[in-house]
Design a protein around this ligand. Structure first.
Ligand code: SF4
Ligand code: MG
Length: 295
């Protein structure tokens, strides 16, 4: 007897793809890719109920290595597309993925407005500290003085403190994890998927080809789980402090969360009391007469 689809949950196979991954050996993308699928499956989200949006970068090559509805957009522009899709069809679970290069350069304006607008999407920052796809140039998050391929003497600029920047925008969900800890990443992503508004997830990602300053081994040694140390994720000040100070240890897990602030969609007055979604309300209009008037 076959079991009706509605009563069976999704499984890892539902999110599989026939396409072969092309990341370098030991790239952190493999772990993140696995954790994303696990988080979706364990959250009982079917591929037909999710939209996964990818920016340009090594991580963006995940877009055809995973199931679900997917979009692969322009460099730095993944957030506007993901937010727009979510607002058009709020029944979809929408995740957006971007690298540290794009997200903290040409995409930084979108990131700012996503946090302040409180769009109900998950944003996963693939933070490998460089532009990996274009062979190891420095990003705004590359450590200062670190020699990179187009700056062999080290970058002259200061490194952007990405977590301090995010906290300055008064976010409602901030988490961090590490590409070598699939269990922790899965936990963090499940929490992010259950958040009411914009969830920012800083995913520290090993890039053995070009990042020789925050290696897998270094991250493995420095990262620890805040849930093992009774961290209060309601405490904004403490969360910011933990997020910013990575000198001796790196805090991972859900650092800050609040659920009492309505998200962007919930604040839209024209949507109040509606049970339909904007995509369901799209109608066909005959514009023949209008065109005749314009000609
Ligand atoms: Fe991964 Fe770095 Fe290779 Fe890109 S360049 S696939 S981020 S190891
Ligand atoms: Mg990068």
């Amino acid at each position: 007897m076959s079991i009706p689809l509605e009563t069976t949950g999704p499984n890892m196979k539902d999110y599989s793809s026939r396409n072969i991954c092309t990341w370098c050996d030991a790239c952190g993308d493999y772990g993140i890719w696995t954790a994303v699928k696990r988080a979706l499956v364990e959250s009982k989200i079917r591929p037909t109920e999710t939209l996964l949006c990818y920016d340009v970068g090594c991580h963006g090559n995940m877009s055809d290595k995973i199931g679900g509805y997917r979009f692969h957009g322009l460099h730095g522009r993944v957030i506007p597309f993901a937010a727009g899709a979510k607002l058009a069809n709020p029944r979809l679970k929408v995740m957006a993925f971007g690298g540290d290069g794009a997200s903290f350069s040409e995409g930084i304006g979108h990131l700012v407005h996503a946090v302040r607008s409180h769009y109900p999407i998950v944003f996963v920052l693939h933070n490998n500290g460089n532009y990996g796809l274009t062979t190891g140039q420095a990003s705004a998050l590359t450590s200062k003085n670190q020699p990179m391929n187009t700056s062999p003497n080290g970058i002259p600029e200061e490194t952007l403190n990405s977590m301090d920047f995010i906290f300055s925008l008064e976010p409602t969900f901030v988490a961090r994890s590490f590409s070598g800890d699939i269990d922790q990443m899965t936990h963090v992503l499940k929490e992010a998927l259950s958040h009411r508004g914009f969830a920012f997830v800083d995913m520290l990602q090993a890039c053995p080809s070009y990042n020789h300053f925050a290696t897998h081994d270094m991250l493995l040694e420095k990262c620890y789980r805040v849930e093992n140390e009774n961290h209060d994720s309601n405490n904004f000040k403490k969360a910011r402090q933990l997020a910013v100070d990575t000198s001796k240890r790196i805090a991972t897990g859900v650092l800050f969360r609040r659920e009492d602030i309505p998200n962007f969609y919930e604040r839209l007055v024209p949507r109040q009391g509606k049970t339909t979604t904007p995509v369901e309300e799209v109608e066909k209009f005959d514009v023949t007469k209008l065109m005749e008037e314009l000609v």
